[in-house]
Design a protein. Structure first.
Lengths: 116, 109
């Protein structure tokens, strides 16, 4: 149980393109989803916390207009990187929590984004 | 400030035992998580401790001492597939996870 699907796995696109990443909880309802970014050999950096039906809470230094998050249902959250540039190239990972804060976060497989 | 400290890298031999330590400083405390992350993959949940003591799950065990702000992950009968990064994360009073930088574990035959 507690499977999280993230799509796409890989994206290579030109600078200026907007990229949408989907995160789905397949066998549970996730009231809270999280979006992380990870650079090589570094730990996870939380970008934002997404609650179903409300606006996402962004971490300090993360541009809201750059990284658009939508959590339209209890099983789907999307992250759109708008007008992506080479410096946005990274490994983006979503996670979802099944239940209360004491429950572990379950991670999607991540999306490797490369902007040329 | 809030902080999680764990060693950057450790090396161990196949079949042996290894202990990965983690010390934490958080604003309030609501438990500590351990995750495993293989290179290029997303983290997978290993354990959660909120009370003092040792929790055993097969070859992996996790220990917590709240008074010392300390936890460890113990891996027994090491296998080559255990080569990965191990992430320690403390949950603060706002239920936010504070992530450590991870410990890269290298298993040698």
């Amino acid at each position: 149980g507690a499977v999280v699907s993230q799509h796409p796995s890989w994206v290579i696109c030109k600078s200026g393109t907007s990229v949408k990443i989907e995160c789905r909880s397949l066998d549970f309802q996730a009231t809270t989803m999280f979006w992380y970014r990870q650079f090589p050999k570094q730990s996870l950096m939380l970008m934002a916390t997404s609650n179903e039906g409300s606006k996402a809470t962004y971490e300090q230094g993360v541009e809201k207009d750059k990284f658009l998050i939508n959590h339209a249902s209890l099983t789907l959250s999307t992250l759109t990187v708008t007008s992506a540039h080479p410096e946005d190239s990274s490994f983006y990972i979503c996670s979802a929590r099944d239940g209360t804060e004491y429950q572990p976060q379950h991670f999607g497989d991540g999306t490797r984004l490369s902007i040329l | 400030g809030q902080n999680i400290d764990q060693p950057t890298e450790m090396t161990a031999t196949e079949g042996a035992i290894v202990q990965i330590n983690c010390t934490y400083q958080t604003s309030g405390f609501n438990g500590l998580f351990w995750y495993q992350q293989h290179a290029g993959e997303a983290p997978t949940f290993l354990s959660y401790n909120v009370l003092d003591g040792l929790e055993e799950k097969g070859r992996f065990s996790s220990f917590l001492s709240r008074s010392k702000g300390y936890s460890y992950l113990l891996l027994k009968e090491l296998q080559m597939k255990d080569s990965a990064s191990y992430l320690c994360a403390g949950m603060d009073s706002n239920y936010q996870l504070i992530w450590g930088a991870g410990t890269k574990l290298i298993i040698k035959p």
